[in-house]
Design a protein around this ligand. Structure first.
Ligand SMILES: *[C@@H]1O[C@H](CO)[C@@H](O)[C@H](O)[C@H]1NC(C)=O
Ligand SMILES: *[C@@H]1O[C@H](CO)[C@@H](O)[C@H](O)[C@H]1NC(C)=O
Ligand SMILES: *[C@@H]1O[C@H](CO)[C@@H](O)[C@H](O)[C@H]1NC(C)=O
Length: 479
C-alpha cells in the first residue's frame, strides 16, 4: 500500500514529464458546443441525503422522465460535483463527504455527481485531455436542463476537484447561458499551468469563479495544483504549497490511529485539503475562515494584509462574498491542521529601541496573548532579522477565539546553539509600545509596558509583560 501511494505521487510527476516529449492530448483551440445526447459518456447521478455514497438514480440528457424519477427539485439550487483523476477507477472517499455536507447545509438542493471514472483512470495526460469532453458533457447536461425544463442556470453551482476543476471550467465556457458559480478545488497543475485560458478553468467560465490552491509545490510544471490564479478570487491557504497536518511525521501518527487504509489519503493530503476546507465552510457556519487579499505570501507573513477595507477581506468557501475585480485576486489565510480549520490572525508591530548597534538574524520569540475570553500562550515566531532602532511587523495566529485583547507577554528565547557572547553581553532592546491588529475583528490595540514607560526585552531572560495602554491619545504622541 505504501509502495502504491509513493507511486501515485511519482507517476503523477512522471506522466507530466513524459507529456513534454509526446504529443499533447489537450486541444489547442476551444471545442464547440454542438450536442448529440447519444455521445454523452459522463453520467449524472442525483444523489440523496439518505445515501450520499451511492449513485442510485441518473439524470439522462434527452430523457425527461429521469427528472421526476430521480425526484429532482425544480425550485432549489443544484450542485454539480466533478471528481478528478483516479488511479483506482473508483470514487475517492471525499465524494460522499462533500455530498453529505452540501445536503446538511442545503437540505432541499439537488447534488449531482458527475461520473467520468472510465476516462479518469487513464494515464494522467490522457485523462487531462478528456477534461474537454467531460466539460462538453456537463455543458450539454446543463443546457438540456435549461432548455427542456426551464431550469435557471443561475441556480447552478459547479464544484470541481483537480482535473474536475478544469472540466467545470470547460463546461462553463460552453453553456449557452452563463452559470452562476464554479468553485475550483485545487485545480490540477500538470499540463494546465501554461495552457490557454480556453482549455482550463478561468474567470470567464461563470459569473463567479472561486478557487482554493492547497498543493502548489515545486516548479510550476511539476506542481500538482495549479499555481497561477485562475478565478475571480484565488485563495492560497497557508501560502498554498503545503498544508498543516500533512507532513510525514503527522502522517505516520495518523496511520497509527487509523490504520494503513488511509495511506493513499495522506499522499494527497494537501491536494485534497481544498475539498475539506470547502466542506468545513458548509458545516461550520459559525466558524467561517476569513481570507485576506495580499500581493505575496511574504507580505502576508509579515501581517501586512489584515485589512478589510474595500473588499480586501472575504469569507472562505460557500458563503464567499462574490467580488469580481478586473484581475484575479490572490487571498491568503492560516488554518488549523484539522476541521474546524478557522484561526484568528493578528498583526504585531513593534519598534526596537536601543543604544547599542545590534543586528541579529533568525531570532526566536514567544508571544502570549491574553483576552477577555481565553488565552493563547507561547506562540513561536522567528524574526529573520532584528536590529536596533527598527520597526518590525509580523503575523501570529491563535487556534481559539481569545476575545478582546487585554495583555501580552513577549519572551526572547536563547538561540538554540550555545553562544559564548551571551556570557559577557546581555542583548536587550527597549520597547515602548506594541501594536496589535486583529484580522477577524479589525480592532487595533496598543500595548504599553506594565510598569514604567519602557520595557527591556533581554535575550534568554524573563518575559516582559504589556497591558492595554490607558490613554490612547496620550500614548500616540510618544512614538
Ligand atoms: C423543493 O425545494 C423547496 C425549496 O427550494 C422546498 O420548499 C420544497 O419542499 C422542495 N420540494 C420537495 C418535493 O422536496
Ligand atoms: C549602526 O550601524 C550602521 C551600519 O551597520 C551604521 O550606518 C550606523 O552609523 C551605526 N550607528 C551607530 C550609532 O553606531
Ligand atoms: C537609536 O535612536 C535613539 C534615538 O531615538 C538614539 O539615541 C540611539 O543612539 C540610536 N541607536 C543607535 C544604535 O543608533
Amino acid at each position: 500500500m505504501l509502495a502504491f501511494c509513493v507511486w501515485w505521487i511519482f507517476c503523477f510527476i512522471d506522466f507530466n514529464r513524459t507529456l513534454a516529449t509526446t504529443e499533447p492530448t489537450l486541444p489547442s483551440s476551444p471545442i464547440e458546443n454542438v450536442y448529440d445526447y447519444k455521445n454523452i459518456e459522463s453520467k449524472f447521478a442525483l444523489r440523496t441525503p439518505e445515501e450520499p455514497d451511492e449513485d442510485t438514480c441518473y439524470l439522462v440528457p434527452g430523457q425527461v422522465e429521469t427528472i421526476s424519477q430521480c425526484n429532482f427539485n425544480h425550485t432549489s439550487q443544484t450542485f454539480v460535483v466533478i471528481h478528478g483523476w483516479t488511479v483506482s477507477g473508483m470514487y475517492e472517499s471525499w465524494v460522499p463527504k462533500l455530498v453529505d455536507a452540501l445536503y446538511k447545509r442545503e437540505p432541499d438542493s439537488n447534488v449531482v455527481v458527475v461520473d467520468w471514472l472510465l476516462r479518469a483512470q487513464q494515464h494522467y495526460p490522457v485523462s487531462a485531455g478528456y477534461t474537454q469532453l467531460v466539460g462538453k458533457d456537463v455543458a450539454s447536461f446543463i443546457d438540456w436542463m435549461e432548455e427542456e425544463l426551464n431550469y435557471p442556470v443561475d441556480n447552478m453551482h459547479l464544484l470541481g476537484y483537480s482535473l474536475g476543476a478544469h472540466a467545470a471550467g470547460i463546461a462553463g465556457s460552453l453553456t449557452k447561458k452563463k452559470i452562476n458559480r464554479i468553485t475550483g478545488l485545487d485545480p490540477a497543475g500538470p499540463n494546465f499551468e501554461y495552457a490557454d485560458a480556453t482549455i482550463r478553468l478561468s474567470p470567464d467560465d461563470a459569473d463567479f469563479v472561486d478557487v482554493l490552491h492547497t498543493y502548489t509545490r515545486g516548479s510550476p510544471d511539476r506542481s500538482i495544483g495549479i499555481q497561477k490564479p485562475v478565478g475571480h478570487i484565488d485563495i492560497y491557504p497557508n501560502g498554498g504549497n503545503f498544508q498543516p497536518g500533512c507532513n510525514l511525521g503527522e502522517a505516520l501518527l495518523l496511520i497509527a490511529e487509523k490504520g494503513l487504509a488511509d495511506v493513499d489519503q495522506l499522499v494527497k493530503c494537501s491536494h485534497e485539503r481544498s475539498i475539506h476546507l470547502f466542506i468545513d465552510s458548509l458545516l461550520y457556519d459559525e466558524k467561517q475562515s476569513m481570507v485576506y487579499r495580499c500581493t505575496s505570501k511574504e507580505a502576508f507573513e509579515k501581517g501586512l494584509c489584515l485589512s478589510c477595507r474595500k473588499n480586501r477581506c472575504n469569507t472562505l468557501g460557500y458563503k464567499v462574498n462574490k467580488v469580481r475585480g478586473k484581475r484575479s485576486t490572490r487571498m491568503f489565510l492560516k488554518t488549523r491542521a484539522k476541521m474546524p480549520y478557522k484561526v484568528f490572525h493578528y498583526q504585531v508591530k513593534v519598534h526596537l529601541f536601543g543604544t547599542k548597534n545590534w543586528t541579529m538574524s533568525n531570532q526566536p520569540f514567544l508571544v502570549s496573548l491574553y483576552g477577555t475570553k481565553d488565552e493563547s500562550k507561547n506562540i513561536a515566531i522567528i524574526l529573520p532579522e532584528v536590529s536596533t532602532n527598527k520597526t518590525y511587523s509580523f503575523l501570529i495566529h491563535t487556534e481559539i477565539d481569545i476575545g478582546d485583547l487585554l495583555m501580552l507577554k513577549v519572551h526572547w528565547e536563547k538561540e538554540s546553539f550555545f553562544s559564548w557572547s551571551d556570557w559577557w553581553t546581555t542583548y536587550a532592546f527597549e520597547i515602548r509600545k506594541i501594536r496589535v491588529k486583529s484580522g477577524e475583528t479589525q480592532k487595533k490595540t496598543v500595548f504599553c509596558p506594565k510598569e514604567g514607560i519602557h520595557s527591556h526585552l533581554k535575550r534568554g531572560k524573563e518575559p516582559v509583560v504589556f497591558v492595554k495602554c490607558f490613554d490612547h491619545t496620550h500614548s500616540k504622541n510618544h512614538d
